[in-house]
Design a protein around this ligand. Structure first.
Ligand code: ADP
Ligand code: ADP
Length: 237
């Protein structure tokens, strides 16, 4: 079953200079992400990957086309309804985006507080997440006291806190060294296999796709120029 479907989706931005051509960041993209997939989106800088993520996450509207998330056509929703859609999608980032002034525990607890969980439920869930990402001894630490890999593991725990069905990883290992990258990718594999979370991985790194993804879409100049199982798309010609 498809959990995210894009049908003929485009996103234009106004021309950077008056009278110039508008920028077509995403150009007539059609793709299907199945429940349980680890779906990679690869392309060079400027290919339109981040724009695609913001469209899927309902952070900005499509200029044309339809996007469905979990069976709901999000292009037809109002702002208030979009908040519900966003709650079903966890995000992790290249620069981790942790709250520097909050402890590891408080970072992970944050989305649960927003969602109105009780203190007891939050404590239990955070303990469970810390164990899952292997940071039970770091609950009271602050982000600046952690390595890059540890920070990203906190990011993953925070993104999963409210049990989203989808995790969007936007260049999530691009700031990490190869060994740490490998550890984070292994953790994401477990998120997919043990928790059944559908993962969308945006990257410019082929290694990330080959280690983690089962399917891939290759983007160039806003278009998906190829998509399918990783072994087919990247098999030698
Ligand atoms: P990628 O994530 O693959 O590097 P982006 O989605 O960031 O690509 O960018 C795709 C294209 O859209 C680029 O030409 C970029 O300059 C342009 N673009 C992205 N965001 C905006 C914006 N908010 N306003 C205008 N142009 C944008
Ligand atoms: P805040 O509103 O700043 O998040 P809290 O009252 O939730 O404050 O928690 C105060 C501090 O104690 C936070 O830094 C939080 O990370 C930490 N904390 C709360 N519960 C636990 C716990 N069960 N284990 C470890 N640290 C905790």
């Amino acid at each position: 079953m498809a959990i995210v479907t894009l049908t003929n989706v485009s996103r234009h931005y106004p021309a950077p200079t008056p009278g110039g051509d508008s920028v077509v960041a995403v150009d007539n993209v059609t793709l299907d992400i199945e429940k349980g997939d680890v779906f990679g989106i690869i392309g060079y800088s400027g290919a339109g990957k981040s724009t695609l993520v913001r469209l899927i996450n309902a952070l900005e509207p499509a200029s044309s086309g339809t996007i469905t998330v979990d069976g709901v056509d999000i292009t037809a929703l109002k702002e208030r309804e979009l908040r519900g859609v966003r709650r079903g999608i966890g995000m992790i980032f290249q620069q981790f985006n942790l709250f520097a002034g909050k402890s590891v525990h408080a970072n992970i607890a944050y989305p649960l507080k927003l969602a109105g969980w009780s203190k007891a439920d939050i404590a239990q869930r955070v303990t469970e997440l810390l164990a899952f990402v292997g940071l039970s001894d770091k609950a009271k630490a602050y982000p600046e006291q952690l390595s890059g890999g540890q920070k990203q593991r906190v990011g993953i725990a925070r993104a999963l806190a409210t049990r989203p069905a989808i995790l969007l990883a936007d260049e999530a290992t691009s700031a990490l060294d190869p060994q740490t990258t490998h550890e984070v990718l292994e953790l994401l594999k477990r998120v997919n296999e043990e928790q059944g979370v559908t993962i969308v991985v945006i990257t410019h790194e082929m290694d990330v796709i080959q280690t983690l993804a089962t399917k891939v879409a290759v983007m160039e100049h806003g278009r998906v120029i190829e998509q399918g199982p990783v072994f087919e798309v990247f098999s030698a010609p």
